[in-house]
Write a protein that binds this ligand. Structure first.
Ligand SMILES: Nc1ncnc2c1ncn2[C@@H]1O[C@H](COP(=O)(O)OP(=O)(O)OP(=O)(O)O)[C@@H](O)[C@H]1O
Ligand SMILES: [Mg+2]
Length: 278
């Protein structure tokens, strides 16, 4: 698809963050990110490299800024009146996410997002693919194949292939979440952000979606916010713990998931991850 309009060299001209592992290639480089809502600092000075093709889990108690972090990665924060984002976010292809002239439509194709509550368009299953794909410049002829490919990828094709003309909202919660993941995948993103993608689902559907997210590992970069620490342990390669310090969310711990979960250096992170606090 189209290249983003803003390109800056990366990583040569971009200061390195704190890589989660020594040799993983960063897909996203976040440096000194601060998010404010009408002067209230929700998130302060976050610096992290998100490794390419792997799963990074963000955990921490409610209100510590996990969603604010996630939403700044594809400029959803633009939609919040009074929200100010400072610092920098770069994609490995050179896209400067935070540049005021960044092509936000293209960016949101490169960095997709899936929310806690599935948000299908209240239209047919087919239209749920036609709308974004047309918006991103796909020709009408290419859409059916693309739709089938991604519906197969999320294991939904056999369940819906004979009802593509029917309303998406008739699907079950788990099916809807897989539809939303397929819709994000359809745009061939480099990154998908998941904001508590399983917490509105029953345990069975949650397991199916978790397995699906895990199966995407290696194909694209995944950043997932989850309150389910067991889930984070099962699927994450890297983990970051957020916490409120001095009234603002901050990242108190990050690194390889096995290390973060087994021997966190930060005392609050340790208590939270052990289940003793949070
Ligand atoms: N649109 C907004 N306007 C004002 N304040 C906001 C807005 N969105 C979030 N905040 C505040 O910013 C802080 C961080 O919120 P955020 O939603 O990022 O946290 P979170 O870690 O995702 O929480 P949760 O786990 O409950 O989803 C909170 O104090 C929240 O009240
Ligand atoms: Mg949140």
């Amino acid at each position: 698809m189209n290249a983003p309009s803003i390109s800056l060299p990366f990583p040569a001209d971009v200061p390195a963050g704190s890589p989660a592992t020594g040799d993983a290639t960063a897909c996203l480089r976040v440096t000194g990110l601060t998010v404010q809502y009408r002067g209230f600092t929700a998130l302060r000075d976050i610096t992290i490299d998100i490794p390419e093709g792997e799963i990074t889990a963000l955990v921490g108690p409610s209100g510590c800024g996990k969603s604010s972090f996630l939403h700044s990665l594809n400029r959803l924060t633009d939609l919040v009146p009074g929200c100010r984002v400072t610092g920098s976010i770069h994609l490995a292809d050179g896209t400067e996410v935070t540049h005021p002239k960044a092509d936000v439509l293209t960016l949101r194709g490169r960095v997709g997002i899936v929310f806690q509550r599935p948000n299908p368009f209240p239209q047919s299953i087919r239209r749920n693919f036609e709308i974004p794909l047309r918006e991103h410049g796909w020709s009408k002829e290419d859409i059916p194949d693309r739709m089938e490919t991604v519906l197969r990828q999320v294991g939904l094709w056999n369940e819906v292939h004979d009802r593509l003309h029917k309303s998406a909202i008739a699907l079950s919660g788990g099916q809807l979440q897989r539809l939303c993941i397929a819709r994000a995948l359809a745009l061939e993103p480099a990154v998908i952000l998941f904001d508590e993608p399983c917490s509105a689902l029953d345990p069975l559907a949650s397991g199916v979606v978790e397995d699906l997210i895990h199966s995407l590992r290696g194909q694209l970069t995944i950043v997932i916010v989850t309150h389910n620490l067991a889930q984070a342990r099962r699927i994450a390669d890297h983990a970051a713990v957020f916490w409120v310090r001095d009234g603002a969310g901050t990242m108190v711990e990050h690194g390889p998931a096995a290390r973060v979960f087994s021997s966190p250096a930060d005392p609050d992170a340790g208590l939270y991850l052990s289940g003793a606090r949070g």
